[in-house]
Design a protein around this ligand. Structure first.
Ligand code: SF4
Length: 696
């Protein structure tokens, strides 16, 4: 159902369950969320997660009071806010005194507002550390690294509105029909009906791949040979965008790419990537031959220890064919969480300040210090996975805001040990697998209980408004974070140096107004300007509106020409023994991220209550596996049990399960290998043994 009221109505929130950013409100009569026609969601549709979003707001298991643990191994007990916050402040200030500011870690939240993430990032930096990161590290850090490095902006180059003008969609490592359902139903599917071609690259025949003209079921970890082969076909068949190459590409780098691909064996690359060479050529012809071709990229591309190189290879293909800087084209990362784009925009990353200005840039630090009164440190901080690797050693205290690293980080058995080794504060709305390790638990506010802005996957900043109060003694997250920040700044003596208002913001809008002063890409955005709709970044000071299609005349880094970057294949981190299969993980329509929230929805768990392992019939037959059998999936990092789903939809040699469940916890099997640039883990390729559980 679509709400006839506009999305600006005071009780409309932004759906918390993916980066599309659909506006919705609660329909009391029917007890469901209803969509609103808004800036992002033109038709006002919701997917099942949006309809069920309010199930999880009023759930009986919500955290309603602060809790503290008096001794290791003891239980959590209820405490007053004053006791809990005093404990946080005493421990954090004590660790800072004894071990220095870099012994502190702050995990911000891709599922919370820009204002909340901005406050947490500012707190980390005025305390003297850049150890602040968010869940973007685990999904698209490599995409951001490659795109920001090459173009100067790590975000969708285009908008949902213009991509429908494409003649060809190339969906690489993403499944929008299930993971971004409203993008698929409102923007992609109508174009497909009009005749837009679709190429899908995915090891599985997903709901998106079933609509494809060409589906390339790539072997996990072998994207680069496939992308290089597509570039080679484009060059061999004269499909490159000559005018764009002349005007917008560095000539030396074009020569270097031509030399790199000279004599490239397309058939051998296809075999290596596990796809039919004829299909590969057909895909290259559809993409390279289109006037306008829009690429979409997801975690199938980014979550590899060569994720940054994968995205660079995709950027080469888009640039080579002239598909950047115009409508109906571009390279468009589909972001997972509802504010994963915004959390990075506002500086909840260890290497960049608000607006993606490097912490190493003296001028950027000075500009921030002018506003804050305190300069951020110059050394980049550690990323999320690096931080947990150092828990108990270099890192002694961690504030985890709205995240569940016990489930979301790779090599979960190692993470469980590490979480025991720090003073751990968890600020969340539910007991989670991570609160089991917490020394202090702070009850937070759900999406429908908070005021603030979130930034969606195509850079639109929307207002999300409260329609309820947090339950019991729980408080709004913004109020809790500013209180923690005020107390910590006072206890550590930092408060004396802070420029007004310090952390004394009267409301989230005041924090947003300060954010605009330190993040030039947000300078023109305001609550008043967002009003009933949205505003899009980059929106520099003096502009009359935000920018839709990026890189049209110059790239966001100010350069007229981009470079092509020859990329070589890197073998996956796990060697695969002959008897092993490759586990790749991903999402399904009904659940969100670690599942800590959606697993509490009666509707969503009725639709999908447990996980299964997709296995190809021939791999199943070799192991005596029948559909529904209980399987043991294991490697030297861990072991899980899960039901078999025998299906030809997954390629031979590969098995698939989700990362939404605490049991089976897929991340017990994933490894610690990180991309050298972006430090993103290799979730998409883990060597595992699979057998029927009854075999012992
Ligand atoms: Fe929520 Fe995404 Fe579904 Fe929209 S498409 S209702 S934002 S989960």
């Amino acid at each position: 159902d679509v709400d006839p009221a506009p999305a600006s109505a005071p009780d409309h929130a932004v759906c918390p369950f993916c980066g599309v950013g659909c506006a919705l409100r609660y329909d009391e009569r029917r007890g469901v969320g209803v969509g609103a026609k808004g800036a992002v969601n033109r038709r006002g549709e919701l997917c099942p997660k949006g309809v069920a979003a309010y199930d999880v707001v009023g759930d009986d298991e919500r955290l309603t009071a602060p809790m503290v643990r008096d001794a290791p191994g003891g239980g959590l007990r209820e405490a007053s806010w004053d006791e809990a916050l005093s404990r946080v402040v005493d421990e954090f200030a004590g660790v800072r005194d004894e071990f220095g500011p870099d012994a502190l870690a702050f995990f911000a939240s891709s599922n919370c507002t820009n204002e909340e993430n901005y406050v947490l990032g500012k707190l980390a930096r005025v305390l003297g550390t850049n150890n602040v990161d968010n869940c973007a590290r685990l999904c698209h850090a490599s995409t951001v690294a490659a795109m920001a490095g090459r173009f100067g902006a790590g975000a969708m180059t285009n908008t949902l509105d213009d991509v429908g003008e494409a003649d060809c969609f190339l969906v690489w490592g993403a499944n929008p029909a299930e993971q971004h359902p409203v993008i698929f139903s409102s923007y992609l599917y109508p174009a497909l009906k009009r005749g837009t071609d679709l190429v899908v690259v995915d090891p599985r025949e997903t709901a998106t791949a079933r609509h494809a003209d060409v589906h390339l079921p790539v072997r996990p970890g072998y994207d680069i040979p496939l992308l290089n082969a597509m570039c080679a076909v484009v060059l061999d068949e004269g499909l490159e965008g000559d005018a764009f190459l002349d005007a917008r590409i560095d000539a030396d780098s074009l020569d270097a790419l031509r030399a790199h691909l000279d004599g490239f064996d397309v058939d051998a690359a296809a075999e290596r990537a596990g796809v039919d060479p004829a299909d590969l050529r057909a895909a290259a012809r559809l993409y390279g031959g289109a006037d306008r071709a829009a690429a979409f990229t997801g975690m199938g591309t980014s979550q590899h220890h060569c994720g940054t190189a994968n995205v660079h290879a995709l950027l080469n293909l888009a640039l080579l064919t002239g598909n950047v800087g115009k409508r109906g084209a571009g390279v468009n990362p589909l972001r997972g969480q509802n504010n994963v784009q915004g959390a990075g925009d506002v500086g909840a990353l260890p290497n960049v300040l608000p607006g993606y200005r490097p912490v190493t840039d003296r001028d950027a630090r000075a500009a921030v210090a002018d506003v804050w009164g305190v300069s951020p440190p110059a050394e980049p901080g550690l990323t999320e996975v690096e931080l947990t690797h150092r828990f108990g050693d270099e890192v002694r205290a961690a504030y985890v805001f709205g995240e569940n690293p016990a489930v979301t980080e790779p090599n979960a058995n190692r993470v469980a040990d590490a979480l025991d080794d720090v003073f751990l504060v968890v600020h969340d709305i539910y007991p989670s697998e991570t609160t089991e390790y917490a020394d202090v638990v702070l009850p937070g506010s759900a999406f429908a209980e908070k005021d603030g802005t979130v930034t969606n996957t195509d850079r639109q900043i929307q207002r999300s408004r409260p329609s309820a109060d947090p339950p019991g003694d729980a408080r709004r997250d913004f109020d809790v974070l500013t209180e923690v920040a005020r107390r910590l700044a006072a206890e550590t003596g930092v408060a004396a140096d802070l420029a007004t208002p310090g952390f004394d913001y009267p409301d989230p809008e005041a924090a947003f107004d300060e954010l605009r002063r330190v993040a030039p890409i947000y300078a023109g955005v305001s609550y008043a300007g967002i009003g009933a709709a949205s505003q899009r970044w980059p929106f520099p000071e003096g502009a009359t509106e935000g920018t839709g299609v990026l890189h049209a005349e110059t790239f966001a880094n100010g350069e007229r020409r981009a470079r092509l970057e020859p990329v070589d294949h890197v073998d996956p981190a796990d060697e695969v023994e002959e008897t092993q299969l490759v586990l790749t993980t991903g999402r399904v329509l009904q659940h969100f991220n670690s599942g800590a929230v959606t697993r509490r929805s009666g509707v969503l768990t009725r639709l999908r209550g447990e996980d299964s392992l997709q296995i190809h019939p021939e791999d199943a037959a070799e192991r005596g596996v029948a559909d529904g059998d209980r399987l043991v999936v294991e490697n030297d990092r861990g072991r899980v049990e899960v039901a078999a789903e025998v299906t030809p939809a997954v390629r031979r040699g590969t098995v698939f399960c989700t990362f939404h469940f605490a049991e089976p916890l897929a991340n017990r099997l994933t490894g610690d290998a990180l991309d050298p640039t972006a430090k993103i883990p290799e979730y998409k390729h883990s060597a595992v043994h699979v057998r029927v559980a009854s075999e012992g």
